[in-house]
Ligand binder design. Structure first.
Ligand code: PHE
Length: 327
């Protein structure tokens, strides 16, 4: 019995078969263990303790061999439910830096190589820094409340009008107020204008202001710096064109275009710092001259990334992941 039982247990290959083996060899009702037990009834009273012990030993061995096999056969099913370490992992979505932030970093890096350090200024400004010191008189149309985001400051402890800066030229004043010439800085940040929004205009956009003041600075230095900058950013020779223009804080003033395809793209304004501005910050216009420029950061990014569809500049502020993922 034991021999046959152990062999049957060993050769059982699946949970169903091992159950059949249990019924056959260990079944309580009519299994072969039952037959063996009936032999016990036939032995003499003297033989009974010995035979009984033998019976129990055999029964226990078969029982534990059977249990071991049952557990072993159950394992593969359990293993299938556990973690399969050979499956490829699930990658976590990684964010990336916003294209405008990337562009600003690159601008700072290029201008740093040209010797310009980075200056910063507040986005909420007063009229002195946004207008007066920049030689923009009270009656100038640029100060029209409809062309600026004035803050509701009336009735506050100080009734000094405040506004969201409309240009980064404010930082020119802040830097010159605090440092003696020579200066060579750029400042990058947001500016705000209540313009109608379309493919190339937004009520908030970014500018890079540049300012260089020293003895003997000329328009030629301005053009050289802008051309070197555009060439460094686009990685090949870019033509830069000046068109006569007017800004209250520069004289002479120019609009700056760069060649794009068959035409030109306006990238900002520039000029020689007006003597009135130098005087407003305590510089001596007889001693130093300087140039200043203000470039539209988005214009450069749109050209670099070939964004020319009708959504245009708005792509940068939509926060559509499908757009942002591409950078
Ligand atoms: N501040 C001007 C603008 O926003 C640009 C500019 C900057 C022009 C510096 C001249 C000098 O349009």
């Amino acid at each position: 019995y034991e021999q046959q039982a152990l062999e049957a247990i060993q050769s059982a290959g699946d949970p169903q078969r091992i159950e059949e083996v249990r019924v056959e060899f260990l079944g309580k009702k009519k299994g072969r263990l039952k037959d063996l037990q009936s032999v016990l009834g036939k032995v003499t009273p003297e033989e009974r303790p010995v035979v009984g012990r033998r019976f129990n030993e055999i029964k226990n061995r078969v029982q534990s061999a059977w249990e071991q096999k049952r557990d072993q056969l159950a394992k593969p099913a359990a293993a299938a439910e556990a973690i399969d370490v050979t499956l490829p992992g699930v990658s976590l979505p990684l964010g990336s830096r916003h294209p405008i932030a990337q562009t600003i970093d690159e601008f700072k890096e290029i201008m740093g190589r040209l010797g310009f350090s980075v200056a910063d200024g507040p986005e909420i400004e007063d009229e002195r820094h946004n207008f007066e010191a920049l030689n923009i008189p009270l009656d100038h149309p640029a100060r029209d409340p409809l062309d600026n985001f004035y803050l509701a400051t009336a009735g506050r402890s100080s009734d000094r009008p405040l506004l969201l800066r409309s240009q980064t030229s404010t930082v020119q004043i802040r830097v010159m107020e605090q440092t003696a010439p020579p200066v060579r800085i750029v400042s990058l940040g947001r500016v705000y204008r209540p313009d109608a929004i379309d493919a190339t205009h937004s009520c908030m956009f970014h500018q890079m202001e540049g300012l260089m003041v020293d003895r003997g600075i000329t328009m030629a230095d301005l053009k050289t710096v802008l051309r070197l900058f555009a060439t460094a950013y686009f990685g090949d020779d870019v033509h830069v064109r000046f068109r006569p223009s007017f800004f209250p804080f520069t004289e002479p003033s120019v609009e700056v275009d760069m060649a794009w395809g068959d035409g030109w793209l306006e990238i900002g304004g520039a000029g020689m710092v007006d003597p009135n501005v130098l005087k407003a910050v305590g510089y001596d216009p007889e001693e130093v001259t300087g140039f200043a420029f203000g470039l539209g950061v988005e214009r450069f990014a749109m050209r670099r990334f070939a964004i020319s569809d009708e959504r245009g500049i708005r792509h940068f502020y939509d926060n559509d992941v499908r757009f942002l993922q591409q950078f």
